[in-house]
Design a protein around this ligand. Structure first.
Ligand SMILES: [Zn+2]
Length: 222
């Protein structure tokens, strides 16, 4: 059985939950719905939890943490940003963090790590020391890809073999304050960002990526 954790709460007090497949092995962390207007990413993370609750999960010996929805307020409001109007994927305390314009869709917050949702991730990573991380996002049509930060090229290629998406080392625009920059680029923890095509429905996105996500979990540690 999976263990359920409430890691913290959002700006508006909604619980941020994680589901743990608890085995004696290095932790693999998976995070869905950093941006509230990318509901397919929450659906995929929830579908993964459902899969891990079946006999599939019972037969696995990996140690997996799944945060199904990091931005529950944004999901409810269908907004990219959290309820404070901050882009959580620009709020991590990277060397190149910048505040930016509150009106901008990439607003980084009043200070690095200012948001409770960001603190949930920082705290979880500090406590669990994951050996690799998969973050699920959505992107405009035709730009779907497996993006990676840090030493994760082989993991990205493994996933691409299964979902047929292009592997992209650089998403094409600077991402100061992003989770991938903080954990993958700066801390060298292999980090893959799966970008689902936002024009496809959630079930199709999950079915296309189910094996790729399982391959990510079950890959050998290097
Ligand atoms: Zn996103």
């Amino acid at each position: 059985m999976l263990r359920t954790h409430v890691l913290g709460t959002s700006v508006r007090g909604r619980p941020i939950r994680a589901y743990e497949l608890d085995n004696p092995a290095p932790v693999i962390l998976i995070i869905g719905c950093v941006h509230g207007d990318e509901p397919q990413s929450a659906f995929a993370a929830e579908a993964l939890v459902e899969l891990l609750q079946t006999s599939v999960g019972e037969m696995m010996d990996e140690h997996v943490f799944v945060v199904t929805c990091l931005n529950p307020d944004g999901l409810e409001l269908a907004t990219r940003k959290n309820a404070n109007g901050v882009d959580l994927n620009r709020n991590f305390p990277t060397a190149n963090w910048r505040r930016g314009d509150p009106q901008d869709m990439f607003y980084g917050g009043s200070m690095a790590g200012s948001e409770p949702e960001t603190q949930v991730v920082l705290d979880l990573i500090r406590r669990q020391q994951p050996r690799r991380i998969l973050v699920i996002h959505c992107i405009e049509p035709t730009r779907h890809c497996v993006n990676y930060d840090g030493p994760a090229q082989s993991l990205a290629e493994l996933m691409a073999k299964s979902n047929g998406y292009p592997v992209v080392a650089d998403i094409g625009h600077p991402t100061p304050g992003s989770l991938g920059t903080w954990i993958g680029y700066e801390r060298k923890i292999p980090t893959v960002t799966l970008e689902l095509p936002e024009n496809l429905d959630a079930e199709t996105c999950w079915q296309t990526n189910r094996n790729a996500i399982m391959d990510f979990i079950q890959a050998e540690f290097e």
